[in-house]
Design a protein around this ligand. Structure first.
Ligand code: ZN
Ligand code: ZN
Length: 106
């Protein structure tokens, strides 16, 4: 989906949000979780709480897990960081939400 710039900036917690496809969770080597995917509101890039590691081949993301099944093992706050101005000098649509990360089903 293309980015929707018509979404007006609003710092708002999205509750019970249905995340679009493409969300992934993983664990940094030091143990903190990250989540990354498209913003459910404006379709821009979103992640939290930190950038996912570079997936460029050094094996650092071997702990990466698809959000697929089983019980959630972590909850990660993610923020829209689409880098589009959507009002009030913003750099995103301002939404944030909680991502539930699941263990991959082997
Ligand atoms: Zn946006
Ligand atoms: Zn957004």
């Amino acid at each position: 989906m293309p980015h929707d710039a018509q979404v007006i900036f609003k710092p708002e917690l999205l509750v019970d949000v249905e995340l679009p496809p493409g969300w992934r969770c993983g664990r940094h080597p030091e143990g903190t979780w990250w989540a990354s995917g498209p913003c459910p509101k404006c379709e821009g890039d979103a992640y939290g709480p930190t950038l996912p590691p570079d997936t460029g081949g050094d094996g650092a993301v071997h702990a990466e897990r698809e959000i697929v099944a089983a019980k959630p093992v972590a909850e990660v706050r993610a923020d829209c960081r689409c880098n589009f101005v959507q009002g009030d000098g913003s750099t995103s649509c301002g939404r944030y939400w909680v991502v539930q990360c699941y263990e991959a089903k082997d």
